[in-house]
Design a binder for this molecule. Sequence first.
Ligand code: G6P
Length: 489
Amino acid sequence: CEKQNGQSSKQRLLVVANRLPVSAVRKGEDSWQLEISVGGLVSALLGVKEFDARWIGWAGVNVPDEIGQKALTKALAEKRCIPVFLDEEIVHQYYNGYCNNILWPLFHYLGLPQEDRLATTRSFQSQFDAYKKANQMFADVVNQHYQEGDVVWCHDYHLMFLPKCLKEYNNKMKVGWFLHTPFPSSEIHRTLPSRSELLRSVLAADLVGFHTYDYARHFVSACTRILGLEGTPEGVEDQGKLTRVAAFPIGIDSDRFIRALELPQVQEDIKELKARFAGRKVMLGVDRLDMIKGIPQKILAFEKFLEENPDWRDKVVLLQIAVPTRTDVPDYQRLTSQVHEIVGRINGRFGTLTAVPLHHLDRSLDFHALCALYAVTDVALVTSLRDGMNLVSYEFVACQASKKGVLILSEFAGAAQSLGAGAVLVNPWNITEVAASIGYALNMLADEREKRHQHNFMHVTTHTSQEWAATFVSELNDTIVEAQLRTSK
Ligand code: G6P
């Protein structure tokens, strides 16, 4: 931290998100190991260095005892993280239930639970109550650590109730809220039983941000159609109070990836991977094992490509890294079995005694191994059915300065709006189209690859996570100054 008269000259920022950037694993009564958490939100915010930031969130583990809580609080403090302790029942109802079985699928256009997920609908109210209770617990921790002048930045669908809780505690608090998923069309949001309460709580924030202009527009039209409020070019107005609504497309810390490629250890990994897959084009998918990522559809398209292009069968390999996530939610368990079944079928069908066309790993890779993999990839497949932004596409581009590989990208990922001109865009539901795009990408000439890559590389290296955070926070400060001027007139 830069210091002036013993004080930090950077703006104090409280970043509040359900998941801390580190997750805790218990090693003993009072000893903890901390591991970097996965997900787009964490990967973007790790790059944000220009604030005096503290993180407030859940460490991903149940800690019922005081000794464990004290030790974990101390270990996290070294990483500038502050834990919110949630008990098992709350995690079950709030995180597995309301957040990940209701809001997450709905915001990604997969609808509300029905048929075999009806049990969830019956307990909808208790899950919503747990959601509100959990949000209040986050607010209590924020309030304990808040100092006058702090900016409080709340993140994601887990914490839509938080802006309201914070403003009730202190109306002068500067509160921003940012959604990392799509905000769906108001026709979708309209089906949610708690639709109005959630919108009103978010509107308590001073600034509301989304990755794309479309998500912002959907949010404003949900507020006008469902709440009957007035939408203006600046945001949403309710009885003279304006909540500013805008798009702030996120990025990555591209330098971190570019620098990593220079490390001897990464260079060594690159050499090994090249030798291992010599004579074959490498295609890569890196996703959390989540319904929205379209993994079954992607590998079915790969199967179709192999079916229609026998000449390619021993010349291409698809590496699919599928990081397990939300494993207590039944839909995620079903997805895992479904993916394993398809992978087995394809490898049984097209594999030989010495090679298989599809390597599927149910695990994450460490940062350096991932950079090496991105660097040797010829074609990356990001075929989410819906995705707020998708930073894997950015990470791939950042690591491709020498190879200039092709990005096949879903038109339903927010990233399609920023990397669309350089990527090969596809409708991930259309397996025939994705299979044809695989062929197009594998056969693309160097000139075209170069042009497409340059376009995307320029974007990824100039629209970084640092810039994203700085723009959001500065807009939040301006919004508050403007509001003060308006009320003093
Ligand atoms: C998405 C969400 C994040 C979340 C991440 C990982 O990127 O937008 O808020 O942290 O997925 O999911 P998890 O449930 O493991 O936190």
